[in-house]
Ligand binder design. Structure first.
Ligand code: ZN
Length: 284
């Protein structure tokens, strides 16, 4: 959290608020937020620059500047970007303030402090290792099949690997595998082309629906929960079929949803709809 749909909603909300605006003042309150350079140098370079566009790559937010450089933000676990009046009282856990030329202020809030800021010549410096964008033309069923071939890891674990496909996290990997009827523990190299076709469709449909619903906001405080820059929560959590529904009936067959640990991550699935029986190897 946040994953592709939450980052996409964040960037869509920020676009009209930031594009064309000039940064008048930069305050970094948590020095380690800035990756690879001194926070003072980051502040000096960003001050006076105009934000010319907003974009997204995987879970990274991209803000190209008028000097050809790009400000990149990764929210990681609990990062949030909000735009409020600079007069508004400072909330807890705000680690960076960018005052804009219209009196508004971009505030970066992050209770767990895993998020990072970058200032680079091109977004590639940060995102070069990422796999294809799941909603783009370059992500095809065949591409997914090739990327899972020869890998014996559990398919769920590979879906979380940003080098295989960019932007999926725990929620949407679980939901997409349920939609495709694929056991998350199944070795990736046992997936057939037909399985990959279903999985490809399920990934795209799940992400597109989640983007439409404003992403997922889970329980918990407003500090750790995803909130859009315009202050509202996502609604897609109401449509989760398996994620955080352990013990509840599967919406398709009624069997109890199970939860297991897979690569240190909680994994939710229906033991009936996502059944995998390895082919029987004939011997003799
Ligand atoms: Zn089921």
């Amino acid at each position: 959290m946040p994953e592709l749909p939450e980052v996409e909603n964040t960037i869509r909300d920020l676009k009209p608020l930031l594009v064309g605006r000039r940064v008048q003042e930069v305050q970094i309150l948590w020095p380690r937020l800035v990756h690879g350079k001194a926070p003072e140098a980051f502040a000096v370079e960003l001050t006076g620059r105009q934000i010319v566009n907003t974009d997204r790559r995987g879970k990274y937010l991209l803000f190209p500047l008028d000097n050809g450089r790009t400000w990149v933000v990764h929210l990681r676990m609990t990062g949030q970007l909000h735009v409020v009046s600079a007069q508004e009282e400072l909330e807890r856990h705000v680690h960076a303030l960018l005052t804009l030329d219209n009196g508004q202020q971009v505030r970066y809030r992050d209770a767990r402090k895993f998020g990072r800021f970058y200032l680079v010549n091109g977004a590639d410096e940060v995102t070069a290792q990422l796999g294809p964008e799941p909603l783009s033309e370059t992500f095809t069923p065949l591409e997914l099949f090739f990327r899972l071939q020869g890998r014996r890891n559990a398919v769920k674990t590979l879906l979380l690997d940003q080098r295989v496909v960019a932007g999926l996290g725990n929620i949407y990997a679980d939901e997409a595998l349920f939609k495709a009827g694929i056991d998350p523990r199944r070795p990736a190299n046992t997936l057939t082309q037909a399985d990959c076709n279903r999985l490809h469709t399920a990934i795209r449909q799940t992400l597109a629906a989640a983007i439409r619903e404003g992403g997922s906001s889970l329980g918990g405080s407003s500090l750790t929960n995803y909130r859009r820059p315009i202050g509202v929560q996502g609604r897609f959590q109401q449509r989760h079929q398996v994620y955080q529904r352990a013990g509840q009936p599967c919406p398709v067959c009624g069997a109890a949803i199970e939860r297991v640990k897979l690569g240190q991550r909680s994994t939710h699935f229906c033991p009936n709809c996502q059944r995998y029986e390895p082919p029987v190897v004939q011997s003799g």
